[in-house]
Design a protein around this ligand. Structure first.
Ligand SMILES: NC(=O)c1ccc[n+]([C@@H]2O[C@H](COP(=O)([O-])OP(=O)(O)OC[C@H]3O[C@@H](n4cnc5c(N)ncnc54)[C@H](OP(=O)(O)O)[C@@H]3O)[C@@H](O)[C@H]2O)c1
Length: 261
């Protein structure tokens, strides 16, 4: 009987970091269950299939309970052990002060970045622990290490992801299930445009290469590292430096990059 390939699931895999990580899994011999909210998820699946993987795309809105639960049902219906789960989906909101941004959009951000992450993690952990194995990657951000004025809700949502990953990692020690956090610096994806940040310094400046950042996250996951900053040396230095810089100072530096022009 042919040996079955390992199955990985990735949220937010239509484009950007999720899609780049999906390529790495496919090249390494994994089959993939992927989700996104647009038809782009089906185009992504076609591309990934060319790399030799069986790819199962699912279109759902990660901002809703039904969307998240529906993807989990889709995955679990394959009755295959999920060997790796990348909780990547996330959105930003910037381009204005907290006084100006929309409460409705910010509630949606919290649903995707925080509520959806907890929901997906609950299903994944309860599936992996009885199997005695599995790898979980939570995509946080370098924003988890600094206040983020003009993205006032986004940064704290990513701080949640980082602390959540590190907490879960400790709880799951000795279960065979590992948890890794990826903290990318600004990366060249659709993220900043979708976040309404084209009119900011960070939105228009050069960014980290998405293939590099995805590779760093993938390797950290495979090597069971607790967390990794994603990006070039400057980004890594910034992340490390944030540990010892005061919150007030970091807030002022961040505001320079994110204040709308
Ligand atoms: N790019 C950066 O500078 C940066 C830096 C630090 C951290 N991050 C984090 O990296 C992660 C990936 O972001 P990215 O940079 O790759 O952004 P991206 O290019 O905008 O990709 C976002 C992905 O999420 C999906 N998505 C968006 N809203 C969704 C929804 N409501 N339901 C289901 N899927 C949805 C999109 O697919 P559809 O279009 O099909 O919905 C797409 O696949 C996020 O968690 C982000 O916070 C990014």
């Amino acid at each position: 009987m042919a040996e079955q390939r390992s199955l990985a699931m990735i949220t937010g895999a239509s484009s950007g970091l999720g899609f780049e990580m999906a390529k790495l899994f496919a090249k390494d011999g994994y089959d993939l269950a992927i989700t996104g909210s647009s038809d782009g998820i089906f185009e992504a699946a076609e591309e990934l299939q060319k790399l030799g993987a069986e790819v199962y795309p699912h279109k759902a809105d990660a901002a809703t309970y039904e969307g998240v639960e529906g993807f989990w049902k889709f995955v679990s219906d394959f009755k295959r052990p999920v060997e790796a789960a990348v909780l990547n989906v996330g959105i930003g909101i910037g381009g204005g002060s907290f006084l100006e941004t929309s409460l409705e959009e910010e509630m949606r951000l919290i649903s995707i970045n925080i509520t959806g992450t907890v929901h997906t993690a609950k299903r994944v952990v309860k599936h992996m622990v009885p199997n005695g194995r599995g790898k979980i990657l939570i995509v946080s951000s370098i924003s988890a290490t600094t206040p983020t004025p003009y993205e006032t809700v986004y940064g704290p949502s990513k701080s949640f992801g980082f602390a959540f990953a590190e907490s879960l990692r400790e709880e799951l020690r000795d279960t065979g299930v590992t948890v890794t956090a990826l903290l990318p610096g600004a990366t060249d994806t659709n993220f900043h445009d979708n976040a309404g940040m084209s009119n900011t310094q960070i939105g228009s400046s050069s960014k980290n290469d998405k293939e590099l950042v995805a590779k760093q996250g993938y390797e950290a996951l495979m090597d069971d590292v607790d967390h990794v900053f994603g990006g070039d040396e400057k980004t890594k230095k910034e992340g490390e430096g944030n540990r010892t810089t005061s919150e007030t100072e970091k807030a002022a530096i961040h505001a320079e990059k994110t204040r709308p022009r």
